[in-house]
Design a binder for this molecule. Structure first.
Ligand SMILES: Cc1ncc(COP(=O)(O)O)c(C=O)c1O
Length: 395
């Protein structure tokens, strides 16, 4: 006889808002079942192959028996040295490979564990909205609360620090920011980072900068690192990812750099929860950092070309998009008469083109939707064609 048990998940999991991406998957399933040939512009998964030197380094590393055991918790010193040199070359910043770098199983893992490392039940973390989901969900899973600062187009999608109530600033533990930004494609100036560093120092807040899109930039634009601000190391940590820069989303590797006490606390959580990044993947990542820049230029060149014809095509359908300077995302307004979900569902049913509803990125984003330019050019052209034929326009 089967024993009936009732084991409920933790309340903090049950109380999380629905993960809209899971709902989106259900819609896609329904359309596929009807035989619709979908063009998925909903995902943020790079569509290109990992560059050959990275794959070759991984194959070689896999044959080395030394890499078959548990990896070093912090990451191999060779990789940490490589990261430090790469950061110096890119941003002119000095990061000590010994105690100011932590390798990660992707930036997402590190961001979630950072929230866990510093958030007690009832603590408040500040997150600009719209946001990459883990920036808020990490805090909720750690039983903390999130104060969302609304990002608005009129402020170039930068948070208005003066709008944050004094009692929130006094209580906040972590201020998460992500520039270049997913989903808005907004970018931060060094001036903004200076203000934010001062703000976090004034209120004793840990500043967490997510720089996952630092290399996906167009027209020569170079995003700042928070560590280009003097004294930022007193309060800040910054997250980097190999996923987008080198088409390595499936390899799961990223890193965090910054204040050594913050890095040590993150390390502390990780030693309790995981074993770090597979050594083979670390060797591959080091090869990626050492590749000639022509490889990443090819990747960003593809996105830049797509950005150009997609913005032109969407503007011909009535939108009024400005040229983005970074990321593989376009952030568009939903036409009147729809919210973001009903709009994306409508487009999907009429055209088979998948967009992500803005509500997936926060409560303030229900009048926007995100278009990811992560399909080959011909698919993107076909998507524009389908939209036009179905009279999908911004009116
Ligand atoms: C803003 C942002 N940060 C972090 C990540 C995750 O990076 P990783 O693949 O290194 O975990 C993503 C992935 O889409 C992202 O959009």
């Amino acid at each position: 006889m089967q024993t009936k048990v009732n084991i409920t998940p933790a309340k903090k999991l049950l109380s999380l808002p629905t993960y809209v991406f899971a709902e989106l998957d259900e819609w896609k399933e329904e359309e596929r079942a009807k035989g619709v040939d979908l063009i998925d512009l909903g995902i943020g998964n790079p569509d290109g192959a990992t560059p050959a030197p990275v794959v070759e380094a991984a194959v070689k590393s896999l044959q080395n028996v030394k890499n078959h055991g548990y990896p070093d918790f912090k990451g191999k010193i060779e990789l940490r040295q490589g990261i430090s040199e790469w950061l110096h070359k890119k941003y002119g910043i000095d990061i000590n490979p010994k105690d100011e770098i932590q390798t990660l199983i992707g930036a997402k893992e590190g961001l979630a564990h950072l929230a866990l490392a510093f958030t007690d039940p009832g603590d408040i973390n500040i997150v600009p909205d719209p946001y990459y989901p883990v920036l808020s969900r990490g805090t909720w899973v750690a039983s903390g609360d999130v104060y969302h600062v609304k990002l608005e187009e009129k402020n170039d999608f930068l948070p208005d620090l003066d709008s944050i109530p004094e009692e929130i600033a006094q209580k906040a533990k972590i201020f998460f920011v992500n520039y270049p930004n997913n989903p808005t494609a907004g970018v931060a100036t060094l001036e903004f980072f200076k203000k934010l560093v001062d703000y976090c120092k004034k209120y004793n807040i840990l500043l967490c900068s997510d720089l996952a899109y630092t290399e996906i930039t167009f027209d020569g634009y170079k995003p700042p690192s928070v560590f280009q601000v003097e004294g930022a190391k007193d309060v800040a940590i910054e997250f980097y990812s190999f996923s987008k820069t080198y088409n390595m989303a499936g390899w799961r590797i990223g890193f965090a750099v910054g204040n050594k006490d913050i890095i040590k606390t993150l390390y502390n959580v990780k030693t309790n929860m995981d074993y770090g990044t597979c050594s083979v993947i670390q060797d591959a990542a080091l090869a990626a950092l050492n590749m000639p820049s022509s490889y990443s230029e090819e990747i960003t060149g593809n996105y830049q070309r797509r950005r150009d014809f997609m913005i032109e095509g969407l503007n011909n359908l009535g939108w009024n998009l400005k040229k983005t300077r970074s990321t593989m995302y376009l952030w568009l307004q939903v036409p009147d008469g729809y919210d973001s979900k009903s709009w994306c569902r409508h487009v999907l049913e009429k055209t088979g083109v998948v967009f992500t509803p803005g509500i997936a990125f926060g409560k303030y984003s229900d009048n926007y939707f995100r278009v990811s330019i992560v399909q080959p050019d011909e698919k993107l052209y076909e998507a524009l064609d389908r939209l036009e034929k179905a009279n999908i326009r911004f009116v």
